[in-house]
Write a protein that binds this ligand. Sequence first.
Ligand SMILES: Cc1cc2nc3c(=O)[nH]c(=O)nc-3n(C[C@H](O)[C@H](O)[C@H](O)COP(=O)(O)O)c2cc1C
Length: 302
Amino acid sequence: MAKEVPLIDQERCIGCGACRSICPDRIISADSSDKAYIAADSCMQCGHCYAVCPAEAVAVPFLEPPAELRSVDTGGAASWVDPLPSQMLMEIMRQRRSCRLYRDQPVDRAIIDDLLHAAVTAPSGTNSQGWKFVVLPNREGVIRLGEVTGDFYRRLNRKAANPIVRGVLKLLGCPALHNYYIGYYHKVQDALKGWDTSREDRLFHGAPAALIVAADRNSSCPAEDALLASQNILLMAEALGLGTCLVGYVVEAARRDPSISRLLGLEKHYRIYSVVAVGHPALKWMRPVGRKHLEPDILTSI
Ligand SMILES: Cc1cc2nc3c(=O)[nH]c(=O)nc-3n(C[C@H](O)[C@H](O)[C@H](O)COP(=O)(O)O)c2cc1C
């Protein structure tokens, strides 16, 4: 079936050429009177032509209208076209810190939906939008994922505790288990003990909800797509007054243990790229903390 392409109303088209000049697929041509028309069907459906047309001559019925925030009263204003409030954006980026202490308060579904709408505004390779989100909307779901992840680390720690297994693998040129033992074994052992003895949650830090961001392995850039969407979630959560924390331990476990994807109902062609704990923070940051110096530590110019 041919892919749906934008519709151009030639009566309205003023022949400015804006859509032609920005179309990433170069599928828009102009007739002898400069009126635009779609010349091919290899459209990635980004909607840039619709977004740029000054004459409202383009329609993209295959795209949804931009989502308005549901948990904030915007007064119905289409705020997305306003100029970027750069300082506000910077503030949000600066203020976002990983949250590891949450109030015992559920996260409204409207807020979760807003996070997901923010997520899908991210760029994606060839506009594949090949991401997939799994929502764990309550603490029970988070604990279930935590327990399956914990089981994986129990097995891994049993293996890693054996010096012969570690040593042989290292000799065979597979130092991963040895490195895990040095870097993580004891931390993980403590965390498992904390959970078993007092239900201390060092994985999700007591978060009442979580979002899993996966992407289709067959899309062109699944990791980039999923991680860009994840960053949007983190920033929007901050803007909405929520705390978040990425939980890499679950991502690593899911990479090796298919039962995690099964639990989350993800088909085999999806890979999990991030797990985001979400909740209302139980503490407020008093002051910002800097990062490494850009120069000379992490920036070189040539
Ligand atoms: C890929 C990735 C995985 C992470 N995994 C965890 C994790 O499993 N547990 C955790 O508490 N924090 C995790 N974090 C949070 C980092 O520790 C945190 O982002 C970093 O220390 C910087 O602090 P900030 O987020 O407060 O700015 C992870 C961050 C990233 C980017």
